[in-house]
Design a protein around this ligand. Sequence first.
Ligand SMILES: Cc1cc2nc3c(=O)[nH]c(=O)nc-3n(C[C@H](O)[C@H](O)[C@H](O)COP(=O)(O)O)c2cc1C
Length: 312
Amino acid sequence: MEYVNDPKQYPDLRVNIGSLVLQNPVMTASGTFGYAREFESLVNLHRLGAVIVKGISLHPRRGNPPQRIVETPCGMLNAIGLQNVGVERFISEKMPYLRNLAVPVIVNILGDTVEEYREITERLALIEGIAALEVNISCPNVKRGGVAFGTDPQMARKVTEAVKEVAAVPVMVKLSPNVSDIVAMARAVEDGGADSVSLINTLIGMAIDLKRRRPVLANVIGGLSGPAIKPVALRMVYQVAGAVAIPVIGIGGIDSAEDALEFILAGATAVQIGTANFINPRISEEVVEGIGAYVQDHDLQSIRELIGALEV
Ligand SMILES: Cc1cc2nc3c(=O)[nH]c(=O)nc-3n(C[C@H](O)[C@H](O)[C@H](O)COP(=O)(O)O)c2cc1C
């Protein structure tokens, strides 16, 4: 499916993620952009490459108790615990708005068991207006089974296969950085049939309140995101892009066009912007503009010339 508002647009920022053609490579990262509507008065949503909505599970989740977010040097820690309205309310309350956007909507899904991933995918396969699914196999803040899917290549492959069997749209699998061999994880989901792979999710971290002598987060540990994780993300994207044939989507600490371009040079076909939305809700649009200016200033025919063009 092609999502290009104006095919003659210049500069040419279109990218192909398998069968999906995006008008530019900039997406919003799951959990940091709500269900898009919250940002409609702040951002021209139609300028974005795609929006990825907050992770959805089969049943609603209340998430973890507060405090759930803390600022850290160069980033933040969160332990939201995948709070969400569940797939039925997502379909009835969020999809009517989302399907009318002239921008592709990618739905991020999660589950505790392979069966749950399959069931939610089956339910979403009947729904119009979804451009792709992003499968979150790394649920660091959830106490039940989730974590194994993101750290064990066999389990990651099984989840991917189950989703692919019933999905009606392309499937992007989102990887956890909390593993010793990210390439093995990427290869496993590619073998399972993933159409693309996105990385990274948050790194596990913790913060301590010295006055109270307690962990800051009620959950004790949480996921670290923001500029602090960019070098790790860039390294992992570079390694994975060199090892798989499917498109790679880079995520982690991107808060400028320069950051996004670094990921593209390292081999990412597209990028996602997360924590930076909390500082500047317009950041994704600004990154699109900045990438366009770079392509123009460097006399490139298209952004695609830069994908993986890093000289080592
Ligand atoms: C508050 C918050 C909530 C998040 N919720 C989700 C989620 O529901 N599903 C998911 O796959 N990733 C979730 N993430 C991870 C982000 O999508 C992203 O992978 C990560 O934050 C790294 O990118 P960044 O450094 O640009 O934020 C969340 C991140 C934050 C900060």
